[in-house]
Design a protein around this ligand. Structure first.
Ligand code: IPM
Ligand code: MG
Length: 359
């Protein structure tokens, strides 16, 4: 099998974590007899500097033609003054829309070694294993009208039943494969879109008799997420709530740098990225945590290449690195980005076998 992966390293720490992710991708692919062709393209601030737009047509065409896309991060102080379609984030939003990746999976697990590192009480976070399924191509991020003048600005939250159904279907299905619990998060006591959201998800529940569904309002859910996170299995929610809640859930895992994501559509390439942050203050210093980017490669093998065993091997390799104390600064250690990436590569079964390690 031969696959094409387009990388969009982007800005800030994006390039340095992507280098490590690509190294893991290559070794893991070789061990599974997959030929991988990696092609790098511009996005975000770098694309603005070099091509005058945050999502050059070339990058978009390459991404659409790929089997999977691996993204680093976009944005930074240098481009903060830009507005509207010139914003670095607009490149990412344009890419998500063009690839029609409407379901964004953000799994959150707490490694036992990092339990003591989180700012929350260990008994609250120990054993957390949840997935946020964020709707990614609708809602406030894309709704029209959307404009701004000197004194007024308008954003619109719009959802159709079909848009809600397709992302809810991903979440229900995931719940059947996991612990059978789905929490749908909305603001149905205020928003019309949330009324439709709740009604649509409720109606679908009959099709999934093994899933127990409950609904939560986003404000109290935000509290629940950090007070009783172990209750949660799969969480499904609209674009903006999912953005906020997934950063909040990163607190459970110990660092934003730990969390991977997969953005999937009905067909076409999946988009894989750490859940975000360009961390400009440490960019270029070889200090960023590459594990979120590397775990995104695991998701790439699972969802785009249908190789769950390779995915599991990468996840196990990251776990063993953490077990062995290979920790970057954000998770309480002093390992460099490149040392952490090299440690994952060394812990992959292919490398261990080559080195004669048998257990
Ligand atoms: C994320 C990020 C993006 C988003 C930004 C960079 C546009 O915060 O992937 O969560 O809001 O979706
Ligand atoms: Mg975000």
């Amino acid at each position: 099998m031969s696959v094409r992966v387009v990388t969009l390293p982007g800005d800030g720490i994006g390039p340095e974590v992507t280098v490590q992710a690509v190294a893991v991708l290559r070794v893991a692919a070789a061990s599974a007899d997959i030929d991988v062709l990696v092609e790098e393209h511009l996005i975000g601030g770098h694309a603005i500097d070099e091509a005058g737009t945050p999502l050059p047509a070339e990058s978009l065409a390459a991404a659409k033609a790929a089997d999977a896309v691996l993204l680093g991060a976009v944005g930074g102080p240098k481009w903060d003054h830009l507005s509207g379609d010139q914003r670095t984030g607009a490149g990412l939003l344009g890419l998500r829309a063009a690839l029609e990746v409407f379901a964004n999976l953000r799994p959150v697990r707490v490694h036992p070694r990092l339990v003591e590192h989180t700012v929350l009480r260990p008994d609250v976070v120990r054993g957390v294993d949840l997935v946020v399924v964020r709707e990614l191509t609708g809602g406030a991020y894309y709704g029209q009208p959307r404009h701004r003048d000197e004194t007024t600005a308008v954003d619109t939250i719009a959802y159709s039943r079909a848009e809600i159904e397709r992302v809810a279907r991903v979440a229900f299905t995931l719940a059947t494969e996991r612990r059978g619990r789905l929490t749908s998060v909305d603001k149905a006591n205020v928003l019309m879109t949330s009324e439709l959201w709740r009604q649509t998800v409720s109606t679908m529940a009959a099709e999934y008799p093994t899933v127990s569904l409950d609904h939560a309002l986003v404000d109290s859910f935000a509290m629940h997420l950090v007070t009783h996170p172990r209750d949660l299995d799969v969480v499904v929610t609209e674009n903006m709530f999912g953005d906020i809640l997934s950063d909040e859930s990163a607190v459970l895992a110990g660092s934003l740098g730990m969390l991977p994501s997969a953005s999937l559509g009905a067909s076409g390439p999946g988009l894989y990225e750490p859940i975000h942050g360009t961390a400009p203050e440490i960019a270029g210093q070889d200090r960023a945590n590459p594990y979120g980017a590397i775990l995104s490669v695991a998701l790439l093998f699972r969802h785009s290449l249908q190789r769950p065993q390779v995915a599991a091997a990468i996840e196990a390799a990251v776990e063993s690195c953490i077990d062995n104390g290979v920790l970057t600064a954000d998770i309480g250690g002093s390992a460099s980005t490149s040392a952490a990436g090299a440690a994952v590569v060394a812990a992959l079964p292919a490398r261990r076998a080559a080195a004669g390690v048998t257990s």
